[in-house]
Ligand binder design. Structure first.
Ligand code: UGA
Length: 444
């Protein structure tokens, strides 16, 4: 109810922070979003999100209109808030595997002068286990009556608003004793709507909360690499990995989700998170226990090489000048994010050996043009496909999955398609006269 509305600051207004700030306003709170990036703050103040995300622009615009949401570059604005969410990025260290905590430490440094007794700082960024305890000591050396909680975020791009408003579970890492209970109570007030809806809340120690996030992403990455390893076995034996995944998925202990074999995982989270987790385990002397993550990473990266091999073989080993249409640049459908995008890496490698690569994507083309001016893009599917000798489906956007193979035959030079996401029906494409190839459908 209105009595329980809180004033919050959200420090770091990138993807995570922008979604969190707008969602907390939707839950009834008053929020100030703070970021050092002036362009980002100006955009958000005009309801323009830093990345495409369904419902986010609308939520921002409602929040700004209500007067309960504002954005600023001034850290002093945190002074008016009692709960401060740390939402800055923790990227992979340049040239290393570990997480780069520079932004996180800078955010805490900026916040420290404005903390008051009774304030709660809440970490949401993905961090190496041990970070919360270290930050708590920093915070309490300046304001001994402030507290810290760790509340990892599990949202998926493309579902970020829904995942924030109605999460599968809520995890708090808090210190022991009354201080920890008070911190958990305050977080329960913030998430009162989800808690009332029966969302499971796991209140635990810092290390467990930090580990939950790292373990969740490690598990998901492992599941994907597992099915991709099975795809190689299918290629070696004439099996079909899609049917295999269906059959495995009916076992409720396994489940069908994240058994999508193909080009593997990319994006701003899974690849860097498994590397950072392994690097942290090594620091802790537990590297051997996570050595399998190195294999998970290697299997995943090998998918890209395999796809390139398939494409080169489809070009008869002579890619120079061959027109290749690449469908998809985003790291997954429903997103305009191209960070560590498998699709883009395949496109780049083929272009670098002289193929005439043209990339199209419903959302991510602007980012491709900004960051890879040497790559050719086509704004429409027709333009990308016209005259192609090879089509690569690398991001399974619904509009690509629903393409009509009969109509498409008319506009290409050679009807050859490589389905990098196992998203198409091979029988249908073959019946329409296509040479259909994929990773893990050796017998289809
Ligand atoms: C991931 C996790 O799913 C979130 O729970 C987590 O909060 C987030 O990282 C994060 O740490 O912030 P996200 O990166 O948005 O979310 O994307 P996913 O939907 O997990 O997909 C990751 C990659 O795996 C994509 O490249 C996707 O194409 C690939 N993937 C996914 C597969 O190759 N096969 C599958 O079956 C599923």
């Amino acid at each position: 109810g209105a009595d329980d509305d809180l004033v919050l600051s959200v420090i770091g207004c990138g993807y995570l922070g922008a979604v969190h700030a707008a969602s907390m306003v939707a839950l009834g709170h008053t929020v100030v979003g703070i970021d050092v990036d002036r362009a980002k703050i100006t955009g958000l103040g005009r309801a323009r999100p830093p990345l495409y995300e369904p419902r986010l622009a609308e939520l921002l615009s409602d929040g700004l209109g209500s007067g309960r949401l504002r954005f600023t570059t001034d850290p002093a604005a945190a002074h008016g808030a009692t709960v401060h969410f740390l939402c800055v990025g923790t990227p992979q260290q340049p040239g290393g595997a570990a997480a780069d905590l520079r932004h996180l430490d800078a955010a805490v440094t900026a916040l420290l002068p404005y903390l008051k007794p009774g304030d709660l700082v809440v970490g949401k960024s993905t961090v190496p286990v041990g970070t919360a305890a270290r930050l708590r000591a920093r915070i309490r050396s300046v304001e001994p009556a402030a507290e810290l909680a760790w509340n990892p975020e599990f949202l998926r791009e493309g579902h970020a608003v829904a995942d924030t408003l109605a999460p599968d579970r809520i995890v708090y890492g808090v210190p022991g004793g009354p201080a920890g209970i008070a911190a958990a109570d305050l977080l329960n007030r913030i998430y009162a709507k989800a808690v009332a809806d029966g969302t499971p809340v796991i209140s635990t120690d810092y290390a467990t909360a930090e580990l939950t996030k790292a373990a969740a992403n490690a598990f998901l990455a492992t599941k994907i690499s597992f099915i991709n390893a099975m795809a190689d076995l299918c290629d070696a034996t004439g099996g079909d990995v899609v049917r295999l995944a269906d059959a495995l998925g009916h076992d409720r202990r396994i489940g069908r989700q994240f058994l999508g074999a193909g080009l593997g995982f990319g994006g701003g989270c899974l690849p860097k998170d498994i590397r950072a987790f392994l690097a942290r385990a090594e620091e802790l002397g537990a590297g051997a226990s996570l050595a399998f993550l190195r294999e998970v990473d290697a299997i995943n990266l090998h998918r890209r090489a395999r796809l390139v091999e398939l494409a080169l073989a489809a070009c008869g080993g002579a890619p120079a000048g061959k027109r290749i249409a690449v469908l998809g640049a985003a790291f997954k459908p429903g997103s305009d994010d191209i960070r560590d995008s498998p699709a883009l890496e395949v496109a780049e490698r083929l272009a670098s050996v002289g193929a005439d690569v043209v990339i199209t994507d419903p959302r991510a083309l602007d980012r491709v043009v900004e960051t890879r001016p040497h790559l050719a893009v086509a704004c429409t599917l027709d333009e990308a496909i016209g005259g192609a000798e090879l089509i690569l489906l690398l991001t399974e956007w619904p509009e690509y999955v629903e393409l009509d193979p009969v109509a498409l035959r008319e506009v290409v030079d050679r009807a050859v398609i490589i389905d990098g996401r196992n998203a198409l029906d091979p029988a249908r494409w073959r019946a329409a006269g296509w040479s259909y190839r994929a990773l893990g459908r050796g017998g289809s």
